[in-house]
Ligand binder design. Structure first.
Ligand code: NAD
Length: 269
């Protein structure tokens, strides 16, 4: 299976290229960067600290897609939306790991998924996908006597907050409770906030160092507390998940899928 990597010279892009090269059944079809990126023209093997692979980073997404079975995109919200439209036009399935998409960008991805199969997930790790299912289950079992708080920490170069994973965990808790996350979420607290409002879902964000991604969901009741945590120490967990999603998505009908679909957890809620 030939897989194209979009955002190929980024932190996750390089990790995705590595995962494709390491798996026995996948080939790197090409690495795409935005026009003007300094890595364009460089050999992707060299960028990975390997021997040259005779694959130069290019800005020509259409040519790379034409020669690939599927693409993995970890770029920016605007770029991922544009890439979904191009993949739909060319007819290649897509795996999107980019986080922080707004309503318009999400609508563009949803429109593309009428023509191609798309897996979109804020976190491609198996552990976090399972965590989401667990959070949904725990939230469904507990009532509003348990306050839900979500804490995340990432490296100091992350640009969106709370993380897409934290928001997805919040969504899982909201679904479990049967409430709307937009209404229940408290994304920041500062100053004289007053006491905590029952039923809300709080978020706390930490940034620093090279933390790959830590998430905890805390259910705090009177006299007891349940904490469900996941810590990623290596970007390869996301990349291996993205490659698994790429294998899976090539066999699907057009539609918008999640990692829970890829791992067969959809009905296990
Ligand atoms: P990064 O800035 O290191 O990499 C992004 C890359 O995309 C850059 O190299 C950039 O030049 C490239 N890019 C931007 N516009 C482009 C375009 N139009 N065409 C081609 N390439 C383009 O960032 P990162 O740490 O690799 O994270 C990327 C995204 O992935 C973020 O949204 C992050 O939150 C998300 N992420 C998701 C998961 C997951 O499991 N789903 C895990 C980690 C990070």
């Amino acid at each position: 299976m030939r897989i194209a990597v979009i955002g190929g010279a980024g932190r996750m892009g390089l990790s995705n290229c590595e995962a494709i090269l390491e798996a026995a059944d996948t080939e790197l079809a090409g690495a795409v960067e935005g026009a003007g990126h300094p890595a364009i023209g460089s050999d992707i093997g060299r960028l990975l600290g390997r021997d040259p692979l005779a694959i130069a980073v290019t800005a020509d997404l259409e040519a790379v897609l034409a020669d690939a079975d599927v693409a993995i995109d970890f770029t920016t919200p605007a770029a991922s939306a544009a890439h979904a439209s191009i993949a739909a036009r060319i007819g290649r399935p897509l795996v999107i790991g980019t986080t922080g998409l707004g309503a318009t960008e999400s609508a563009t991805v949803a429109a593309a998924s009428h023509k191609i199969a798309v897996v979109q997930a804020a976190n491609m790790s198996r552990g976090v996908t399972l965590l989401q299912a667990l959070v949904r289950q725990v939230a469904a079992a507990l009532d509003e006597d348990f306050d839900v708080e979500i804490v995340e920490m990432h490296h100091n170069r992350k640009v969106d907050a709370p993380s897409g994973t934290a928001l997805a965990l919040g969504e899982a808790a909201a679904i479990g409770r049967g409430v709307d996350l937009e209404t229940a979420a408290r994304r920041a607290r500062d100053g004289l906030t007053g006491p905590r409002q029952a039923g809300t879902i709080g978020f706390a964000v930490l940034r620093g160092g090279d933390v790959v991604g830590d998430h905890s969901v805390i259910f705090a009741g009177a006299g007891e507390r349940i904490e469900l945590s996941h810590r990623a120490s290596d970007r390869q967990v996301f990349s291996r998940g993205a490659v698994a999603a790429a294998r899976w998505v090539t066999r699907q009908a057009p539609g918008l899928y999640s990692m829970e679909d890829v791992l067969g957890l959809r009905s296990g809620g």
